[in-house]
Design a binder for this molecule. Structure first.
Ligand SMILES: Nc1nc2c(ncn2[C@@H]2O[C@H](COP(=O)(O)OP(=O)(O)O)[C@@H](O)[C@H]2O)c(=O)[nH]1
Ligand SMILES: [Mg+2]
Length: 391
């Protein structure tokens, strides 16, 4: 799961820190010329100190003579004191080794912190934006991530050796903030005295019917009773599909004929649960087209009639921007409380979760991770971010 985005983000963080390593290395006085400059600076400091001392001296004898001046300028001597390696570059292996050692001393003096400029960041952030967008992160979410990262790193002093880790840490923080913490729906069901109604919405093929069956199974394993309402009265075989799950799971299914009013199916399911003291009512719905006004109107009516405790949007994690458009349409029309993303098992990218979560500011509650009943995983923000490569 999500291997692609993980790899790309890792590589990106590595790239930006590597480039800084190269640039900062060129600032260190590692070359022959720079070392020479550094020596000159030290030599002239020594010289002026000596001259100052002589100037202070009252005895004329001791005054600075031409010869003495000459001797002061005998830089070779001072060079030997300050940095005893030869002026003429000898090519012998020993001398090369010695030089390397000297250079590394200089490097350790000059290494340390690094500041990333705004221009430098912009150059790399274009790459980051592409990586995010290619991996199903919606443009506005990618832009937000980049803007936040920019405020965190541009102009700040960061230890060079920690740069890659620091960037990764910041990205982790930002992505964690993008996602809303999920509420505990199972606990809510357990605690409610009357039947707890969950209305599932989403377009055809998103995985609603399968997920409702998984959900009923999960509740059953926790000894929580439920009933499923087959309120998708439109799609061929949808009622039979849910009834088959009901039989397998030993969970009751309320259904009417095809073409009947979905709201009345939902209503009957709630009545059935009240009468039989069941804890949860799980209502399946049709999802012809998320843009079709009549579907959304139909959903509004089901919502009004069944008065759900939670409306859950079902989206596919593999569809990226389509899921973003869908979740927005359903949220605007009926208001959703949470999200379940199916097919995470076949999603290499991972960006849809970030997008739908950020766009709606609603939590992702579960991920569908396969076609079996057990394949419904509670969504764990930290674990998800970890899977994106930020353990
Ligand atoms: N791999 C995988 N397939 C899934 C998952 N959830 C649902 N499906 C499959 O997606 C297809 C459509 O599911 P369905 O429940 O009928 O969608 P609905 O039209 O929204 O009710 C079916 O073939 C399911 O088996 C999942 O988490 N992983
Ligand atoms: Mg269905």
């Amino acid at each position: 799961m999500f291997g692609k985005l993980k790899e790309k983000l890792k590589a990106w963080a590595g790239k930006i820190s590597q480039s800084n390593e190269e640039e900062s290395a060129s600032e260190e006085p590692t070359g022959e010329k720079e070392i020479e400059e550094e020596l000159k600076k030290k030599i002239s400091e020594k010289e002026s100190k000596k001259i100052e001392k002589w100037k202070k001296d009252e005895s004329p004898k001791e005054k600075l003579t031409r010869d003495e001046k000459e001797s002061v300028k005998s830089n070779e001597q001072i060079r030997a004191e300050v940095m005893p390696f030869p002026n003429d570059v000898q090519k012998s292996a020993d001398e090369q080794d010695e030089k390397k050692e000297k250079k590394s001393i200089f490097r350790s003096i000059f290494s340390g912190k690094r500041v990333i400029s705004s221009d430098e960041f912009k150059e790399y952030s274009e790459d980051l934006e592409m990586i995010l967008i290619e991996n199903n992160v919606a443009l506005e979410v990618a832009e937000k991530v980049i803007a936040e990262l920019e405020t965190k790193i541009v102009g700040k002093e960061i230890e060079k050796k920690d740069l890659e880790e620091t960037i990764k840490e910041y990205l982790k923080e930002i992505l964690t903030e993008v996602l809303v913490k999920p509420f505990d729906i199972v606990k809510e069901i357990e605690e409610k005295k009357s039947p707890y109604v969950v209305l599932f919405c989403g377009i055809n093929g998103a995985g609603k019917t399968t997920t409702i069956a998984k959900f009923a199974d999960m509740l059953k394993r926790k000894k929580i009773s439920s009933v499923m309402g087959a309120a998708d009265t439109f799609r061929a075989a949808s009622i039979e599909q849910l009834e088959k799950h009901g039989e397998k799971l030993g969970v009751a299914v309320i259904s009417h004929e095809y073409g009947s009013d979905p709201a009345s199916v939902g209503f009957d399911a709630v009545k059935y649960a009240e009468k039989n003291h069941l804890k949860a009512v799980l209502i399946d719905t049709a999802g012809r087209m998320h843009t079709a006004k009549n579907l959304l109107r139909e959903m509004e009516k089901i919502k009004r009639v069944t008065n759900p405790d939670r409306v859950i949007f079902l989206g596919e994690s593999i569809t990226g921007n389509d899921s973003v458009d869908q979740v927005r349409a359903f949220d605007e029309a009926i208001g959703i409380d949470g999200i379940i993303l199916s097919k995470a098992d076949i999603d290499e990218k991972g960006g849809t979760a970030l997008s739908v979560g950020y766009i709606t500011k609603k939590p992702i509650l579960f991920l569908g991770v396969g076609q079996e009943y057990k394949d419904l995983e509670p969504f764990d923000k930290e674990k998800f971010i970890g899977k994106l490569g930020f353990e």
